[in-house]
Design a binder for this molecule. Structure first.
Ligand code: CUA
Length: 364
């Protein structure tokens, strides 16, 4: 409403404070404005192919267990809230109806008052509820601590401000900001950080686990259905904490093996002159100081490994969808889409930029 009829809303909002007769209309419109703003918070992001990372929409065994615990706590909390609110209303309403009688009160003050409700309501009931919550919490902690079966797929994840380095040590390759896993198989994760504390969270697959510098935390995830699950950094780590996302792509066993085989290959040799020129641009400019492209002379260690960047879903850890236009914008001015990240602006002649784009798109 504020967008469609700004004059009306603001005129009537101000009249609310200046005492015009249309107070109620203005209040309603203000309320509607807030409601619309509230609903807009549910809008999908640019990476809408990955769906919403909803912790109550579990797609793996650990997340399913946590969801049950969530609902138990939700309904217990709701019951306590309703009970306390009901009792408070009861007292307020009865106080109002009671007619004060000073004489009666002075007689009553000699009688011994019954305070046993303090014990029931203040000690016994909270103790029972907390013991129930503790029981289910310990049960969930034990159930989700270890995977149901051990698999030999291991992934090392290193948090950087602000991207995720993803290494598959057995398959001997590194990628960034996305990982493929086979459906129905638990995958062991080893998590650490290169700088500050981050937290790995794929709400549909498991709870959170911190990435702490100088320490390795083990964790696991399993997806029971194929799909792209969005992960987020769940520990505030600086200005672009919100743009530190990653994708977990759950596929069939065969597709996983195919993907891992392709990832472990070095970059393909240039198939045409433009790509060859782009590769030379990459190797001789600043790109190579920070990024690695296996099979080329670029072996920088400060930024994401770009060996197969052309096959990735997003750029800048979920900031932009990976397509030619976004890639060009990112290379020319990465500070526009993600201010504060370590990548500087580039000032390439347009022929070099076109060649570089062709090279990067060839890295599939
Ligand atoms: Cu990394 Cu928040």
């Amino acid at each position: 409403l504020i967008v469609l009829k700004p004059n009306n809303v603001f005129r009537e909002t101000s009249s609310r404070f200046f005492g015009s007769p249309s107070k109620r209309g203005a209040a309603k419109k203000l309320l509607a404005g807030f409601l619309v703003a509230f609903l807009l918070t549910g809008c999908r992001e640019v990476t809408d192919f990955a769906g919403i990372p909803n912790a109550l929409d579990a797609r793996g065994p650990a997340a399913a267990d946590i969801t049950v615990l969530w609902w138990i706590m939700f309904w217990l909390g709701t019951a306590v809230f309703l009970l306390v609110t009901g009792l408070s209303l009861y007292i307020v309403i009865n106080r109002r109806q009671a007619t004060p009688n000073p004489e009666l009160r002075s007689v009553d003050s000699n009688a011994v008052e019954d305070h046993s409700w303090i014990w029931y309501g203040g000690v016994i009931m909270p103790s029972i509820i907390l013991v129930i919550v503790l029981f289910f919490t310990l049960r969930s902690l034990a159930a989700t601590a270890k995977p149901p079966v051990l698999s030999d797929i291991e992934v090392e994840i290193v948090g950087w401000t602000w991207f995720w380095e993803v290494r598959y040590p057995h398959e001997n390759f590194a990628t960034a900001n996305e990982m493929y896993i086979p459906v129905g198989t638990p995958v062991l994760l080893r998590l650490t950080s290169a700088d500050v504390i981050h937290s790995f969270w794929v709400p549909q697959l498991h709870g959170k686990m911190d990435l702490i510098p100088g320490r390795t935390n083990t964790f696991w995830i399993q997806a029971d259905e194929p799909g792209i699950y969005r992960g987020i950094c769940a520990e505030f780590c600086g200005a672009q904490h919100a743009r530190m996302q990653f994708m977990v792509v759950a596929v069939s066993e065969e597709e996983y093996i195919e993907w891992a085989n392709r990832q472990s290959q070095p970059a393909a040799d240039p198939q045409n002159e433009l790509v060859a020129r782009g590769r030379a641009v990459f190797e001789t400019n600043d790109c190579a100081f920070c990024h690695t492209v296996r099979g080329t002379q670029a072996n920088g260690q400060l930024g994401p490994d770009l060996t197969h960047v052309g096959s990735r879903l997003t750029l800048g850890a979920g900031t932009l969808v990976n397509n030619r236009g976004n890639l060009a914008g990112w290379i020319v001015d990465p500070q526009h889409a993600k201010p504060g990240n370590l990548m500087p602006r580039t000032n390439l002649p347009s022929e070099d930029l076109q060649a570089l784009l062709a090279f990067m798109e060839s890295l599939e």
